[in-house]
Design a protein around this ligand. Sequence first.
Ligand code: PHE
Length: 380
Amino acid sequence: MSQEQEFLSRLASAHSQALEGLQSIAVQLEAGASGDDESINASKLTQEFNVWKERYVGKKAPVASLKKELGLLDPASRRHAGAELNRVRDELLDRAQELGERLVSARLGTLQSSSRIDMTELALDSFRGHIHLITQTRDELEDVFIGMGYSIQEGPEVETDWYNFEALNIPPDHPARGMFDTFYLKESVRGTQDGDRPSSSSSNKLLLRTHTSPVQIHTMSEYKPPIYMVAPGKVYRRDTPDARHIPIFNQIEGLVVDKNITFADLAGTIESFTTKYFGQDIHSRLRPAFFPFTEPSAEFEITCAICSGSGCRTCSGTGWIELGGCGMVDPNVFEHVGIDPEVWSGFAFGFGIDRCAQMRHSLVDMRVLLANDVRFLEQF
Ligand code: PHE
């Protein structure tokens, strides 16, 4: 069996097990409702339903762990398998939502028909939390890239100077370090962490990563090309919070390494991501910029979603909002991780997840994302 077939058959069996579980709850609910089986009550079924949810649509569900395994498939199969995975997950979520609603009305029905109604106890559910807007945005972005054949990678938030800067072609004292206001840790790592690279005391210094680009280095050190990956995660900069900046924010990094990759592939990828995530009315444009780890480099901007491009205060009247940076992987970076730049080429991009949420939901001030005010959060 090919790897893809094996993946799909595991997905199919997780799918049918999940449906079976759901079906059994639905059948019991029917039996209880028609009076065939008096012992069935809606709150017991709700408990069973919650166990089902935890098992099949929760963080540890087979579908969630299969998502992590997508990266092991080759890029062509990954696109198909990723789309199939999204389809199964959406179907399970839809069905769960539907059954959940039926259970709530069944519980309401039982309450109303019982003679001992305690009028002070009207609330059916206590206040329920839900996934934070940033995490929702991150999940949606991951799904878009999985649909395009990318795998998901992660890297540590505490990094060494080498991963965050040096391997990315930013040696000590390079003026580009000024782009990042870095939080350093007092500790540093002793010895080398990477077999064949020279160790200097400065490259072992620990810091909070200022961008997700070090995950490019981890990924290229660990996997051989072709590579198609995105890496979402938290990053840290010593910025004073204002309407457009927060010192802890989230980025999603993208990296493609393959043969004959060109700037046109990069531009096309960014445009297709933009329309998939923001919709047909939002476009992207690239403007020349500088990053030490890409050459040539560009900044990418999207149509301002708040004014649909006509110009407003948020976009300073330009109609465009900067989302992130991108470019062709610099040959020096390839050399640091032992990839031959004569054979392979690639592009990278990195952009703000918080900024995507801001554009998608027209948030005037980004600080609401950190304030944990329930009145804001419950709207999403
Ligand atoms: N890491 C850059 C930043 O945080 C963005 C970037 C990523 C630029 C990848 C080019 C390529 O500003």
